[in-house]
Design a protein. Structure first.
Length: 241
């Protein structure tokens, strides 16, 4: 285990760098999103001191609290968890990105609730690439239709797609799951959409994701260490702890 958060970030950046080299992709093609869910604001501050700017959160109130505690440090907040329609307003007001758009109703609320003074909210359509094994994300065969509708909403900027495949030790299975997202991105680009982001890859599978074309890996455990959930805030069903 690395000694400090700064060491851990350096190690994850090195993993991303060698994955890019292996895949023949330029260094810097893949951004690191540090997933700070359940971690205290002090841990986020330590990561920020080590040069990390973008942080991912799964729970609305937790993101809002940390964004306020660390305001003025130039951090970027990405909401990556399941989003219910009664919780969209604080997300629209606080987040810079939302990775987990899986229904048009949620997208419409985020668009309408985005404060007028802020740039459009960057959004990704979450796709369920693992079939019945997973509950989060829209079905691959409805993703293009949802993405087109999201792209028309004035408060949002469609940036691409996100997935959380079921864990697998089989490299071919992982490659196929990530490949689904890569193909959908290519289809949107062929229609003229400027979708530059594929959010895929976590601590355990970031190499496979980078090989398949990921542009943003969401890494929690490898940056901050193992998570322990407080008794009162168990992960919701369908979320990835
Ligand atoms: C928790 C979480 C991650 C980070 O997972 P690790 O395995 O800790 O890297 C990434 N994406 C989502 C959507 C998550 O919920």
């Amino acid at each position: 285990m690395p000694q400090t958060i700064a060491d851990a970030i350096a190690q994850v950046r090195a993993r991303i760098g060698s994955a890019c080299r292996e895949a023949g992709r330029p260094a810097g093609a893949v951004m690191l999103l540090a997933v700070s869910k359940t971690q205290p604001a002090a841990a986020v501050a330590a990561a920020a001191d080590a040069g990390q700017r973008a942080f991912g959160e799964n729970y609305v109130q937790e993101m809002v609290d940390k964004a306020h505690a660390l305001a003025g440090r130039g951090l970027e907040w990405h909401f990556i968890g399941p989003l219910q329609s009664n919780k969209t307003r604080p997300v629209a007001e606080t987040a810079d990105w939302v990775h987990s758009v899986e229904r048009l109703k949620i997208a419409g609320r985020l668009s309408a609730q985005r404060p007028a003074g802020r740039p459009p909210l960057n959004v990704l359509v979450q796709v369920n690439v693992s079939g019945e094994a997973s509950k989060s994300g829209c079905a691959p065969d409805t993703a293009l239709e949802l993405a087109r509708a999201v792209a028309r909403l004035p408060g949002l900027r469609l940036r691409g797609l996100m997935c959380i495949p079921e864990p697998s030790d089989d490299a071919a299975v992982l490659a196929a799951r990530f490949g689904t997202l890569t193909r959908l991105q290519a289809a949107l680009q062929a229609e003229g959409y400027a979708v530059d982001t594929l959010s895929m890859g976590m601590s355990a599978d970031l190499e496979a994701a980078v090989a398949a074309g990921s542009t943003m890996v969401r890494v929690g455990t490898a940056v901050f260490g193992a998570r322990t959930y407080p008794q009162t805030e168990a992960p919701q069903e369908g979320s990835t702890p």
